[in-house]
Design a protein around this ligand. Structure first.
Ligand code: HEM
Length: 411
């Protein structure tokens, strides 16, 4: 248990512990974030083992922390569970590298994920979405949160050229890396789970690269990482491995929770469901609202490079700061009727894909996946209902569902 140290909070906020994964599973983070936005927009807490970090919860402060790499570096880790540990991938892995090197790594990858190149994947992804929805067709109960876990492998895994036989292991190991405290993934302690996950994934990618013939480059994303140049040199093996890890984790950790969380929101908002069912042109705005509502990548870590004034206080050079994306996306000063799930929301400037230089590399792919999934969903089903209780994931990084049993009804 760690405690808040901000005097402005008052007694009702004295016990806030944003570092506790259990709080994110069973507490009410949205209520707490709303209080922080109002009463302590820069909030400091210290963990039991004396690691301290600041939190920002307002939309504009979150954008500033994520977007201003000169003030807030990513090179000391970008995930809260890394607090107090050095990031060995700094300067090599996209997400833990600051500009200008970051841009050199990112530009050639970005070109590979352009809308034009992604369009060639549309039919294949649509087929994968149909297959994903198949268990619902017989009218029985299926756990859509559990099934969603493997869904990104059928998209990003295929795009990377990873063999289908390995998809189950990769799903499990990326789950362990993203939510090491959750009972679906935890092996012993949280630290041990993270260490095992990293070891398995890095060893897997090292082996995978050795199996690929360098004289026969393949036309997939890993083939591209192996042959592209960043600046004017090819990537080292370590850089290829780190970025394989980052791309797969980026896809696997997040995508499933927007799928299950958007469906849960639709079940809780039958009027919204009926609107989209009656007007499929609303699917793109349903996707954006689902992203805002679920905010699956819930928090990101940075460290101040020098003393920085922000949110009415000062963060000293070297101190850690967490930007709470899930909170920014419900900021009442930015979103009209922010606590309402609105399938037709106009001007939806959510930051679910981040903000600034590290803006999600897979955003286009994720958006296309969700669009195709919901097009297929509304073509197949006329209704969906809960068939058991939803269970939330225990994680300070990923906000989402571990279980969501549902029953769907065919058109
Ligand atoms: C709902 C789906 C997704 C969400 C909500 C999401 C969210 C995010 C966010 C917030 C960041 C910024 C991290 C930071 O500022 O430190 C990010 C970066 C990243 N994402 Fe995603 N992501 C999603 C899907 C994907 C997919 C499908 C891929 C892979 C194809 C992917 C790969 C990456 C990579 C490689 C980065 C690092 C980019 C950089 O540092 O320049 N993500 N993502």
């Amino acid at each position: 248990m760690s405690g808040g140290t901000n005097a402005a909070l008052g007694p009702d906020l004295g016990e806030i512990d944003l570092f506790d994964p259990g709080f994110h599973a069973t507490g009410d983070p949205h209520a707490v974030w709303a209080l922080l936005r109002r009463r302590a927009p820069l909030y400091r807490q210290t963990t039991v083992d004396s690691r301290a970090f600041w939190s920002v919860t307002r939309y504009h402060d979150v954008c500033r922390v994520l977007g201003d790499h000169r003030a807030f570096t990513s090179e000391r880790g970008s995930i809260l569970t890394q607090l107090g540990h050095d990031d060995v991938s700094a300067g090599q892995m996209l997400v833990s590298t600051d500009p200008p090197r970051h841009g050199e790594l990112r530009r050639p990858l970005n070109r590979r994920l352009s809308p034009r190149l992604l369009a060639a994947w549309e039919d294949r992804i649509r087929r994968a979405m149909r297959e994903f929805l198949r268990p619902g067709l017989d009218g029985g109960v299926w756990d859509i949160a559990e099934r969603s876990r493997r869904l990104p492998m059928t998209v990003a895994g295929a795009l990377m050229g990873l063999p289908e036989d390995d998809w189950n292991d990769l799903t499990q190991w990326t789950g362990m890396a993203a939510a090491p405290d959750d009972c679906a993934f935890r092996v012993g302690s949280e630290g041990a789970t993270l260490a095992i996950a990293h070891h398995r994934l890095f060893e897997y990618f090292a082996r995978h690269l050795r199996r690929r013939r360098p004289d026969e480059p393949s036309d997939d994303l890993i083939g591209h990482l192996m042959t592209m140049t960043a600046g004017d040199a090819p990537l080292t093996d370590e850089e290829v491995i780190y970025n394989c890890y980052s791309i797969l984790l980026g896809a696997n950790a997040t995508t499933p929770h927007t799928v299950s969380g958007t469906l849960l929101a639709l079940m809780e908002n039958p009027e919204g469901f009926r609107r989209v069912a009656a007007d499929r042109a609303l699917i793109p705005s349903l996707v954006e609202e689902g992203l805002r509502w679920t905010s699956p990548a819930s928090s990101f870590l940075r460290h101040a490079v020098s003393d920085v004034e922000i949110a009415g206080g000062v963060v000293r050079a070297g101190e850690a700061i967490t930007a709470w994306v899930g909170s920014a996306n419900r900021d009442e000063d930015v979103f009209a009727d922010a606590q309402r799930f609105d399938v037709g929301r106009a001007d939806n400037r959510h930051v679910s894909f981040g903000y600034g230089p590290h803006y999600c590399l897979g955003a286009g792919l994720a958006r296309m996946t969700f669009r195709l999934l919901f097009e297929e969903f509304f073509s197949s089903f006329s209704a969906v209902e809960a068939a058991g209780s939803a269970e939330r994931l225990r994680s300070v990084f990923i906000s989402g569902l571990r279980h969501l049993p549902v029953r769907a009804y065919r058109q």
